[in-house]
Write a protein that binds this ligand. Structure first.
Ligand SMILES: [Zn+2]
Length: 351
């Protein structure tokens, strides 16, 4: 496995699923469909479906929506990026990618995915290379089974099948630079599920605090911004640099966007548009911002996950050097920290 790019002759030729990759996991596909129908507020999302979606989301560790979790307590705000940095980030990013800055406003999602970059990155091959590597360094237990569900253009998602033995991951097949980011993020979720102590009672094993879940996912996501890691996965050096650069810009963007959403969540709805314009000019569509402000809890979890993962990477780098990720002791240490969280959760539950 040395080449993560699809063959030039057929851009969409990717190998068929291996024995480990069960593309026909109907239950997982239906679960994802359910989550999406509730998220999109489709008319068939009645109370029962909403309740089931809330349960599924809590099992996967993702943040619940306000209407699914009446016991939600306010959480402390993490250190945030500067939302006013957004226009500058897009400008520098466009320049680095060699596209006009207007490209972002014309099609934000295509820009973030990296559609304009002149190469493809196969998510299927990337998963194989990253899983192999993560197993090799002891981050992902050898015996942990992963089922992959390939979707069209749906957001990626991780759902446990059996904890801690078996996880399903849904990923879009589109071969874009950003796939490095979500492939690593989801593998972080897989790792955290695999690390949950098997001796915990079943119910406790299936309920994880968001703070722990997103923290581990974002430590692994950090690898998508590390050129040396990408090279170690088999990407040619210049391609690794391009993918790493794209993911680093996307990370700057996401952090500043999270800060913008959280800032605007505290603004009265009638002032929202003016506040948006004063902060970032015409860059962000007000309708898009209004939608995201409704998911402010999600963005708070993202910001907290980033802050915690940054601190972890700093510690691991100080202890084990710039290539901390190839040292099994780094992952052992992270796993011990995560497991300690579980012990604390268990004690709190017993008290
Ligand atoms: Zn996540």
């Amino acid at each position: 496995m040395t080449d993560l790019l699809p063959p030039a002759s057929g851009p969409h030729q990717t190998p068929g699923p291996s024995a480990e990759e069960r593309a026909d996991d109907v239950a997982v596909e239906r679960a994802i469909e359910l989550l999406r129908s509730v998220d999109l507020g489709l008319s068939d999302a009645d109370a029962g479906r909403r309740e089931l979606a809330g349960l599924l989301r809590s099992v996967a560790g993702a943040p619940r929506r306000a209407d699914e979790d009446p016991d939600r307590r306010p959480r402390a705000a993490p250190d945030l990026a500067d939302p006013a940095a957004l226009p500058g980030i897009i400008e520098n990013w466009s320049r680095a990618a060699g596209v006009p800055a207007m490209a972002f406003r014309e099609d934000r999602r295509a820009f973030l995915r990296g559609d304009h970059l002149g190469f493809e990155l196969s998510p299927r091959l990337l998963v194989r290379a990253a899983v192999r590597r993560l197993r090799k360094v002891g981050a992902l237990p050898e015996e942990h089974r992963i089922s992959l569900v390939w979707t069209g253009d749906q957001p990626s998602a991780t759902l446990p099948v059996r904890i801690p033995d078996w996880t399903a991951v849904a990923l879009p097949t589109r071969p874009v630079a950003l796939s490095a980011q979500y492939v690593h993020h989801e593998l972080g979720h897989v790792m955290e599920l695999a690390w949950r102590p098997p001796d915990l009672p079943l119910a406790a094993r299936w309920q994880a605090p968001d703070s722990v879940v997103e923290w581990v996912a974002m430590v692994v996501e950090w690898l998508s911004r590390c050129d040396d890691w990408l090279t170690a996965l088999g990407l040619e050096a210049e391609r690794a640099r391009q993918v790493g650069e794209h993911c680093r810009y996307e990370d700057h963007y996401t952090r500043a966007f999270a800060a913008l959403v959280l800032h605007c969540a505290g603004v009265r709805p009638e002032r929202l548009e003016r506040e948006l314009k004063e902060t970032v000019g015409e860059l962000i569509d007000p309708g898009h911002l209004r939608e995201e402000v409704r998911r402010a809890d999600y963005w708070r979890t993202v910001a907290q996950g980033h802050a915690r993962a940054d601190a972890t990477v700093d510690v691991l780098r100080a202890a084990h050097g710039a290539r901390w990720w190839e040292r099994p002791e780094s992952w052992r240490r992270l796993r011990a920290d995560v497991t300690a969280q579980w012990a604390a959760t268990r004690e709190a539950g017993e008290r």
